[in-house]
Design a protein around this ligand. Structure first.
Ligand code: IMP
Length: 203
């Protein structure tokens, strides 16, 4: 009897996120057999700590915190947008750039106003996924270079998607379908490396 990868490989992993956009994106690219479960689905309604000053540190902090609470194999991801003309910004503060409970729009407004009149619009997104199990972890990084637009364009996606044009495209992430975004996406690059690791190590 023939078998296919999805019949021989089934893994259920907790994704340490409450962000529905991230969950949706990661599910859209996860291979058959890998079941991704979000925090809400396991009844975790709190907030994971995110107090480090690098995306690597925050990603590890979220994953290790969750593992200590539940003891399940899990992964976390942390993402930052890094703008060349504003060294390090918004970076690890991408979610709260314009203040603690800032909306995506407020963060975009702050970024565009800081870049008003600035010619160098180069920026990159960086995602770091941390897989954590039994006190050990591995990290996977995805980077996408691009540019910040003069004004927002498009309505898909989330966060800074309306102002980020990845290199090789003329559209912002927010003007793309999810499939198009995935062809460039920082998140997909890190997730592909992670899925490959899982496949190599857990099959
Ligand atoms: P965190 O990884 O949850 O700390 O995310 C930081 C912030 O970066 C989010 O709140 C978004 O504003 C932004 N962000 C993360 N991923 C993306 C993306 O794929 N597109 C646009 N913005 C993003």
């Amino acid at each position: 009897m023939g078998t296919t990868p999805d019949t021989v490989w089934h893994k259920r992993l907790i994704f340490a996120t409450s962000n529905p956009h991230k969950l949706y994106e990661v599910r859209s690219i996860s291979p058959p057999g890998l079941e991704i479960v979000g925090l809400k689905e396991i009844g975790f309604l709190g907030e994971l700590p995110e107090t480090r000053d690098t995306v690597e540190g925050n990603s590890l902090q979220k994953a290790s915190h969750l593992w200590q609470l539940y003891g399940f194999p899990c992964f976390a991801e942390d993402t930052g947008l890094f703008v060349d003309a504003l060294p390090g910004e918004p970076g690890v503060y991408s979610a709260r750039y314009a203040g603690k409970n800032a909306t995506y729009q407020e963060n975009i407004n702050k970024l565009l106003s800081k870049l008003a009149g600035v010619e160098n619009r180069r920026a990159h997104f960086k995602t770091v996924i941390t897989y954590y199990d039994r006190g050990e972890y591995v990290q996977f990084t995805g980077v996408t270079e691009g540019e910040i637009t003069i004004s927002p364009r498009g309505s898909s996606g989330f966060g800074y998607d309306p102002v980020f044009v990845p290199a090789g495209s003329s559209k912002t992430y927010a003007e793309m379908t999810l499939e198009e975004k995935n062809a460039f996406s920082h998140r997909k690059k890190s997730f592909d490396a992670f899925a490959n690791f899982l496949f190599q190590n857990l099959v």
